[in-house]
Write a protein that binds this ligand. Sequence first.
Ligand SMILES: *Cc1c(COP(=O)(O)O)cnc(C)c1O
Length: 418
Amino acid sequence: MSVIPALEADVLRRQDPELADILLGELDRQSTTLQLIAAENFTSPAVLAALGSALANKYAEGYPGARHHGGCEMADVAEHLAVQRAKDLFGAEHANVQSHSGSSAVLAAYAALLRPGDTVLALGLPYGGHLTHGSPANFSGRWFDFVGYGVDAETGLIDHLQVRTLAHAHRPKAIVCGSIAYPRHLDYAFFRTVADEVGAYLIADAAHPIGLVAGGAAPSPVPYADIVCATTHKVLRGPRGGMILCGGELAGRVDRAVFPFTQGGAQMHTIAAKAVAFAEAAAPAFAAYAHQVVANARVLAARLAAEGLNVTTGGTDTHLITADPAPLGVDGRTARGRLAAAGIVLDCCALPHADARGLRLGTAAVTTQGMGQGEMEWIAVLFGKVLRGEIDGARAREEVREFTGGFPPYSRTPAETG
Ligand SMILES: *Cc1c(COP(=O)(O)O)cnc(C)c1O
């Protein structure tokens, strides 16, 4: 195994066998269960190598050429490369690759454009808005006056009429589009038009679909939004982290909103790993991957519907599926528990216009493992059996272990992957 020799053979295992066992246990968990959490993926060995590199030791407050620390020659080159690759990949005039996470990127976007107390229009949390879109438990709900739009009760699609009506009634300083659970493409041109009608900034929180955008499998928000926030670890398959894209005129404000306003020293090992991931995402193989992710999600959604689950919006355009298992006689939490016992790992989520919790899942990780439509059908059939109680949990767990054994996430050597 290319990623693990340090664990198995030498340093960590000899010095700290207790922790080495924990890491190997996690690798075993990831390798023998099905990772259907919509926000997760398997980074390449090259990305992991950059994360474990000497840049992890480097302090680099500031930006290339303007650091508060000495010895940043290599850090500067690494960040330059990451920024250039991000700009090229997404056709953006400016990229900031320092955000520690998707939430930090959103915080910086608000800091760049808003003042405390400003009104912001975003998808309400019951309909798939993120915590940073106005949750009272989050800085966003505490410091800004959020108004929530929703989805149509029948179709599950974003209620464009309501977006426009609320925008004209509340005159927000910014409109946010983006979601943790919405399975369809967003109409960025529509949001741009409404933002222009009321003089609002448009912030696209593309944390989920940005990897599909990179692979040409989803529309890009870059031509429409004033600021695009994203993560690098979801479909994009890079290290855990955030990223901000914007036009040249907002570049200075965005950079100052990240550092020094909301963050300290950049995590240079993560930025190096982001550069590696951007290069991977620019390759033709990644476009094929992104399209396969969507093809797999479409098949999985259709097969889950055939098993009796109520799939929100009737399907998906992306990697993401939300579904209500109630027609099979189980609520979301019970379903998640049963599936977990079988080694099928996914999340619960809010269901629009319902008190019950639903299921949220995605195909980014299983597609990285090399699974295709046939495997999605296999997963959906087992899903149905587990939820209907037609198979014993322990037996299902064994079937999943055997099945995933054919798709090890980290089996190939770098020579073979290259
Ligand atoms: C995942 C996500 C985030 C937050 O990303 P973190 O890295 O977990 O902070 C923000 N917004 C949306 C829409 C997301 O899906």
